[in-house]
Design a protein around this ligand. Structure first.
Ligand SMILES: NC(=O)c1ccc[n+]([C@@H]2O[C@H](COP(=O)([O-])OP(=O)(O)OC[C@H]3O[C@@H](n4cnc5c(N)ncnc54)[C@H](OP(=O)(O)O)[C@@H]3O)[C@@H](O)[C@H]2O)c1
Length: 332
């Protein structure tokens, strides 16, 4: 039987923490149940994968586990009519890499409901350069649009802008004609990168840190926030009348130490974004939009490719905030 490499995470029954992740050779029999088996061609490393691989947060909730919340590849066997051998598919989220074995392995066996056909105009590399981070950025943009935030309403802020979600959000919003303000803790090193992606202004993340005032000077029509905590509270206090923040991240913390003042005095809205359980029709809409609205040159500029053996060391790097843009993993 064919053997293939997998990142393998175990935990002793009564242990508080999982064991360090390791690379193992496994077979198809080691995978969990599902009705479609996919030969994984590419995966990617998101912030959540960093948490899963290192065990810094209890992202992995079933053991043994193969992390990797995203993958793309080719169907090698299918028990359902929707997918046939040879189809190119992609998967983002649905608990894969958390409660069901994920994309950091040569093969994945999953539920067909979680898969979507890979758009024919996206290569495997492009699909994973997007990954959960990029598709979440698109969900944020769709949410702002549905709230009526149009480019003529004023500038839109992106926090954690050098990260995966942030980089794609900057590129998307700029391409759609918004004036994009990018907030980062790496202004000195990454201002040129963010401007190349389309940001018109780059600000220091420290401007959005510290205890938030209930209400502050109105600056942005909308925002995509990947940071949470004090940053989100400060951003809310600075949103213009009737504006909105699409909140998707917690890179700075999970709390929200703010005031209701922006909601009740300025009619500001906080739009919650979840990519993991988003319904299939929204996923398909997001990918249609990504194919149309994401500049491929910018997508290439914001992504880099690593090999399978670099997954474990890169998990620490992403949590330390040292990764720029998106990391594609060549699995095949
Ligand atoms: N809701 C969802 O469905 C969903 C989906 C995907 C991701 N997420 C979440 O979104 C966030 C971003 O994910 P990602 O994959 O883009 O991660 P990432 O590539 O690691 O980017 C996170 C960025 O946040 C900034 N940051 C990190 N630590 C910070 C801190 N202590 N204070 C302020 N800023 C900090 C850094 O940007 P700068 O260097 O530019 O400051 C970093 O690059 C994560 O919290 C992730 O869990 C949620």
């Amino acid at each position: 039987m064919e053997r293939f490499k997998a990142i393998w995470i175990t935990k002793e029954e009564d242990a508080k923490r999982q064991n360090p992740a390791e690379v193992r050779e496994i077979g198809l029999d080691d995978l969990m149940d599902g009705d479609v088996t996919v030969r994984v061609e590419q995966s990617t490393i998101n912030y959540k994968d960093g948490l899963a691989v290192t065990g810094k947060s209890p992202v992995v909730r079933r053991f043994p586990m193969i992390p990797g919340i995203d993958f793309t590849g080719e169907v090698v066997s299918s028990d359902v009519a929707e997918f046939e051998t040879g189809d190119k598919v992609l998967l983002n989220g649905f608990g894969v890499g958390e409660t069901h074995m994920g994309g950091f392995a040569g093969y994945a066996r999953v539920k067909s409901d979680w898969l979507i056909a890979r758009p024919s105009d996206l290569t495997g590399h492009e699909a994973m350069a997007i990954g959960t981070a990029g598709y979440t950025a698109m969900l944020c943009v769709i949410a702002l649009e549905r709230h009526g935030i149009t480019p003529d309403r004023g500038p839109v802020l992106v926090t954690g802008a050098v990260g995966g979600v942030g980089s794609v959000a900057v590129a998307l919003l700029a391409r759609l004609g918004y004036e994009v303000v990018a907030s980062t803790g790496r202004k000195e090193q990454e201002e040129a990168y963010l401007k190349e992606l389309g940001a018109s202004e780059v600000i220091e993340r420290s401007e959005l840190q510290g205890a938030a005032r209930p209400i502050a000077k109105e600056r942005w029509a909308g925002a995509v926030d990947t940071v949470g905590s004090e940053t989100l509270a400060n951003v809310l206090s600075m949103i213009r009348y009737g504006g909105a923040v699409a909140a998707c991240g917690l890179a700075g913390g999970m709390d929200l130490p703010g005031s209701v003042a922006p909601f009740i005095l300025r009619g500001v809205s906080l739009l919650g974004i979840d990519s993991v359980m988003a319904p299939k029709r929204l996923r398909i809409e997001a990918y249609e939009r990504l194919v149309r609205d994401l500049d491929r040159d910018r997508l290439t500029r914001l992504s880099s490719t690593i090999g399978f053996d670099e997954i474990i060391p890169m998990a620490d790097e992403i949590l330390a905030g040292r990764v720029r843009g998106r990391l594609i993993v060549d699995i095949g």
